[in-house]
Design a protein. Structure first.
Length: 695
């Protein structure tokens, strides 16, 4: 992979010219469509009120023994109990009654209430008055957190219910100025993350969920996780969704054996639930509340439509404590929120690995049409993040008029995926935001994400090629002349060499005081317009950056004495006698004003993407070929590379969806052409060359 230094960028930019293509940096039509759709579907509730302290519901409050754990003073844990009032039945009964009465508001007055999981119902607004705190009991059992259909980090399963949940509901809300407190801490819920203090480690269950269930296409209806003692219910819901009748739920008899006639024995779950999770819901309002001490992600709209998250205060620093995670969800408004988290503040997601492709339909359920505005971001791994569970794809994300300020905020705008997760991330718009502090980068993306499970660390061996394109950042100020942002990099992008990122455009951005300006690995059509960056050693000394584009033209494949013009993304069927030639030649032209390219420092490589199979290993081999380059004058260069078409790819991941299989069948090659300037710019075209089908 080619790492590009800041010095080399500065050298090349001395000869910069305006970019050959323009980026709009915003899409007014798409933005308006999101706003209009959300406004048209704003949840409305009848003017009726129930208070959970009314006599009918107060009679349902009972004493219970809350079980929880503390340090044993050494390296383990000690069990404790306390007697508390259990309001679970009182709150749930009030919600159920209001739903049956046609809808309205259920009020929880100021005070502290212990409860198990609560399910929101259609046409009900659960309102927490100021001074209200819902403390979700630390008794981790299906009595208080029933087994429900959900997901864990993008993989579908049945698991513990979230403290606040909804399922196939329409017109729902949780509002007010109260607090949700699941009481997670290092000894309760969170210990499972790494198996701390003598508790078991969630990794043993995660590996089953990802590698045995998801990647091997084990049907979701068999993926049972419970507390290890509670009998399974008689019926379970399926993942089927009818968006014409969202309240319609398909139930099946709980399977006793799987398709191999093997008895289903649920695993004891070690997977933490999210704090607030609407699943397959429409017209959702989450407004004003505060969330602390979360077991996992805090707000997780999963497979929903029309969601408003407004004026939340999220302050939870445990492991995986993402703030708001829309997953496989469309038409979302996140505004006026305050974030200080133990992970990403906002992370847009669309499923993980095979589940991401197969969820709902072959090809996956994407996530997008999201507006993020007027929010304040403090601690977190990423401010606005896409991934890493993004297999179904992410598109049309608009973030504007937000403020980012924390030395504990790693990245402001962040993207992450890899070849096990794949996915297409595109059309990301980030403008009119301000940044005071961050630690790693203002703009950061990687398609080599390796911080997750052991599977992620295996390298580029997964079956899904990640794609990231069309990212637009404009009108951003980071730091001040007397107060540097103090990040490691202003901009950092790292992609696989065979699959560069495409069309990354940055305009009218000023960054005061970073340790390094720009760090790129494998980026195509990287555009800088009026970008000013200073280093920490001289904060006021801004350097202006602009880029020079590279284009690839007239690409042809010659085989068996015949020439074939290639168009990006199109398939070319070779003649029956292609295998007699054994080899083919890829030729074309480069056009650029990059003076470094003229000085002989540019390169062109041609790849056979997954073109051969390594003996004894199901993983593919990406075969690079260096092209020869010849100057033709006036910024035009001819290139030529010989490739072999004798290789007959003959491997297939068993779980790869049928829609993707065409690129993997024997006889097919995916050809990529990558042209790289000495300093900062790349351009790539991808071609699918279909060889003789029966070879």
């Amino acid at each position: 992979m080619r790492k590009i230094s800041c010095f080399a960028i500065m050298l090349a930019l001395c000869f910069a010219i305006p970019p050959a293509f323009s980026a709009s940096y915003w899409n007014d039509d798409a933005y308006k469509l999101i706003e209009d759709t959300i406004t048209a579907n704003y949840p409305k509730f009848p003017d009726k009120v129930i208070t959970i302290t009314d006599a009918k519901y107060a009679a349902l409050v009972v004493d219970m023994e809350e079980e929880y754990y503390v340090s044993d003073g050494k390296e383990g844990h000690e069990r404790k109990t306390q007697t508390v009032k259990d309001y679970t039945s009182a709150i749930q009964s009030a919600i159920n009654d209001m739903c049956e009465a046609g809808g309205g508001m259920v009020i929880i007055p100021a005070g502290t209430y212990y409860t198990g999981s609560i399910e929101l119902k259609s046409n009900v607004n659960l309102h927490l008055e100021e001074g209200t705190e819902l403390r979700f009991v630390r008794n981790i059992s299906n009595k208080y957190y029933p087994m429900v259909l959900t997901s864990f980090e993008g993989n579908d399963t049945y698991n513990y219910a979230s403290p606040i949940r909804a399922f196939h509901a329409k017109n729902i809300a949780i509002t007010g100025k109260g607090t949700l407190n699941p009481q997670a801490d290092p000894y309760n819920w969170q210990a499972w993350k790494r198996g701390s203090y003598g508790f078991p480690n969630q990794a043993e269950v995660v590996d089953v969920l990802v590698k045995e269930w998801s990647d091997k296409a084990y049907p979701v209806k068999f993926r049972m996780l419970n507390d290890g003692t509670t009998p399974l219910p008689d019926k379970i819901p399926t993942m089927a969704i009818d968006w014409n009748d969202i309240k319609k739920v398909e139930y099946i008899d709980t399977p006793k054996t799987d398709d191999s006639c093997k008895e289903i024995k649920p695993l004891r779950s070690l997977l933490r639930p999210c704090t607030l999770e609407p699943y397959a819901c429409e017209n959702v309002l989450i407004e004003g509340i505060r969330i602390i001490n979360s077991p996992m992600w805090e707000v997780h709209p999963l497979r929903c439509r029309n969601v408003i998250v407004r004026n939340l205060v999220i302050d939870s620093h445990g492991s995986n404590n993402d703030g708001v995670n829309p997953e496989s969800t469309h038409f979302v408004l996140i505004e006026g929120c305050s974030f200080s988290t133990g992970d990403d503040c906002i992370a847009v997601k669309s499923g993980k690995n095979r589940d991401g492709y197969s969820r709902g339909k072959v090809g996956g359920e994407s996530c997008g049409d999201i507006i993020i505005r007027n929010c304040v971001f403090a601690d977190g791994h990423g401010g606005v993040t896409c991934g890493s569970e993004c297999t179904g794809g992410i598109s049309n994300i608009f973030a504007h008029d937000n403020h980012f300020d924390s030395e504990n905020l790693q990245q402001v705008l962040r993207f992450k995926t890899n070849s096990y997760r794949g996915g297409l991330i595109e059309n990301i718009y980030f403008r009119d935001n301000t940044v005071a502090k961050c630690s790693n980068a203002l703009m950061y993306g990687e398609t080599q994400y390796t911080l997750g499970s052991a599977q992620d660390k295996e390298g580029d061996l997964g079956p899904y090629t990640p794609q990231l394109k069309n990212v637009y950042m404009s009108n951003i100020t980071a730091g001040k002349p007397d107060s540097p942002v103090n990040a490691k990099n202003a901009i950092e992008w790292k992609a696989y060499e065979r699959a560069p990122m495409t069309n990354i455009s940055v305009k009218d951005v000023t960054v005061y005081g970073v340790k390094n300006a720009i760090n790129l690995e494998n980026v195509k059509n990287f555009t800088l317009e009026n970008v000013k960056i200073s280093l920490v050693d001289s904060v006021a000394d801004l350097v202006t950056y602009n880029t020079t584009p590279i284009t690839i033209e007239g690409v042809k494949l010659t085989a068996g004495g015949n020439e074939y013009a290639l168009s990006e993304g199109e398939k070319l069927t070779m003649p029956e006698n292609y295998d007699k030639a054994m080899n083919a030649t890829i030729t074309g032209k480069i056009a650029t004003k990059d003076s470094a390219f003229a000085a002989g420092k540019g390169t062109v490589k041609v790849y056979l993407d997954r073109g051969t199979l390594q003996p004894g290993n199901k993983a593919p081999v990406i075969t690079p070929h260096d092209a020869t380059i010849k100057a033709e004058g006036d910024g035009v260069y001819a290139f030529s590379a010989e490739i072999s078409l004798a290789d007959k790819p003959d491997y297939q991941y068993a779980y790869r969806p049928a829609t993707e299989a065409v690129n993997m069948n024997r006889g097919n090659h995916i050809v990529s052409v990558v042209a790289t300037g000495e300093a900062y710019d790349q351009n790539t075209w991808n071609y699918n060359v279909k060889c003789k089908a029966d070879d």
